[in-house]
Design a protein around this ligand. Structure first.
Ligand SMILES: Nc1ncnc2c1ncn2[C@@H]1O[C@H](COP(=O)(O)OP(=O)(O)OP(=O)(O)O)[C@@H](O)[C@H]1O
Ligand SMILES: [Mg+2]
Length: 257
């Protein structure tokens, strides 16, 4: 059996498509027969909602972090089954929002998630962590626990500015906390091919980060934004729409890399 791969979907910029990517790539991989766990580490809980799972259920991601501090070794929270075969979830909790303060005096606090996952990670082929739009202690925990990072970038003018800061953080983590951390790929999202600016941004990103860039580009597609309000990933909502087809394509590219 091949080893589990743990991935964080991250960008400290808000609203760039992290959650949409996390939910729909996880679902597409589950549909292709992989056993996938999605951990919602954002207090907003949008990924949890998109999978019709209740926020603040027992065994949420706050418990996953803080439970292992309180109960030490034997703590192994269960996942929650979603309505999608092969896809499991550890839901969000509103308690996550105070975590930075709560952990301020905890020793080795960057390693908590990594240790918590030791007990459960071998049950899956892939674990995806949906990160909040911040470079905070939750995000650091996610980076330390991960093998690699997927960075969604919105096709708009200011998108590149944040990437430099994100790369600095990644380098700091690589040199101090997790030397094996890799960048899995940069994913362009919400692309509108009629928009000249979007085409220019794409060209810029190709020039600077070409090696990391996925060939798959996620188009702007209203179905992607409608699906969460029905508690569904897009491929369970409208498999034929351009958003579904793009995320299925991404899953194939992801598996080929
Ligand atoms: N390709 C797309 N086409 C159209 N709408 C999209 C697309 N991707 C995401 N959206 C919508 O844009 C909004 C932001 O997307 P999403 O929640 O995935 O971003 P995020 O990076 O997780 O945001 P946050 O930083 O708040 O966690 C959502 O309403 C989502 O439904
Ligand atoms: Mg999000």
């Amino acid at each position: 059996m091949s080893e589990v791969k743990i991935l964080s979907v991250t960008n400290q910029k808000g609203g760039v498509g992290k959650t949409t990517t996390c939910v729909n790539l996880s679902t597409a991989l589950a549909a292709l027969g992989k056993k996938v766990l999605l951990i919602d580490m954002d207090a907003q809980g949008n990924a949890t909602t998109a999978l019709s799972v209740d926020k603040d259920s027992d065994n949420n991601s706050y418990d996953l972090l803080v439970g292992s501090v309180k109960h030490s070794e034997e703590f192994a929270p269960n996942h929650i089954e979603t309505f999608i075969p092969n896809l499991y979830c550890i839901p969000s909790s509103k308690n996550l929002s105070a975590l930075d303060i709560e952990l301020a005096n905890t020793e080795n606090r960057e390693y908590i998630l990594k240790h918590s996952l030791e007990n459960i990670k071998d049950n899956y082929d892939y674990i995806f962590i949906d990160c909040p739009p911040a470079l905070n202690m939750i995000t650091l925990n996610a980076f330390v626990a991960s093998n690699s990072l997927i960075i969604p970038v919105q096709c708009e003018f200011y998108s590149l500015e944040g990437i430099a800061q994100l790369l600095e953080t990644i380098h700091a983590v690589q040199s101090q906390l997790n030397k094996d951390l890799k960048i899995e790929g940069i994913l362009m999202t919400m692309f509108d091919k009629r928009n000249i600016l979007a085409n220019n941004v794409l060209k810029d990103v190709k020039e600077h980060f070409g090696d990391y860039l996925y060939d798959t580009i996620i188009p702007r597609n209203v179905r992607l934004s409608e699906a969460p309000s029905f508690g569904k990933p897009v491929i369970m909502y409208d498999i034929n729409c351009s958003g579904s087809q793009a995320y299925l394509q991404l899953a194939k590219e992801f598996l080929e890399r």
